[in-house]
Write a protein of this length. Structure first.
Length: 54
C-alpha cells in the first residue's frame, strides 16, 4: 500500500512539472483560480462566523 502511494505521488509530481514546463501561463492561471477560490471560501466562513456572533 505504501509503495502504491509513493508511485502515485511521483506520477502527480511529474504531471505537475510537465504542465508547468509546457504551459506556464495556463499553470499560473490555474493557481490563481485556486487561490481565489480559497480566498472566497475564507471570506464566506468569516462572514458566517460574524453573523453567528451578532
Amino acid at each position: 500500500m505504501a509503495q502504491a502511494r509513493k508511485i502515485m505521488m511521483y506520477i502527480v509530481v511529474i504531471f505537475v512539472l510537465y504542465t508547468i514546463i509546457t504551459s506556464p501561463a495556463r499553470a499560473a492561471q490555474l493557481v490563481q483560480i485556486g487561490f481565489e477560490g480559497i480566498s472566497s471560501a475564507a471570506k464566506g466562513i468569516g462572514q458566517f462566523m460574524s453573523q453567528l456572533v451578532k
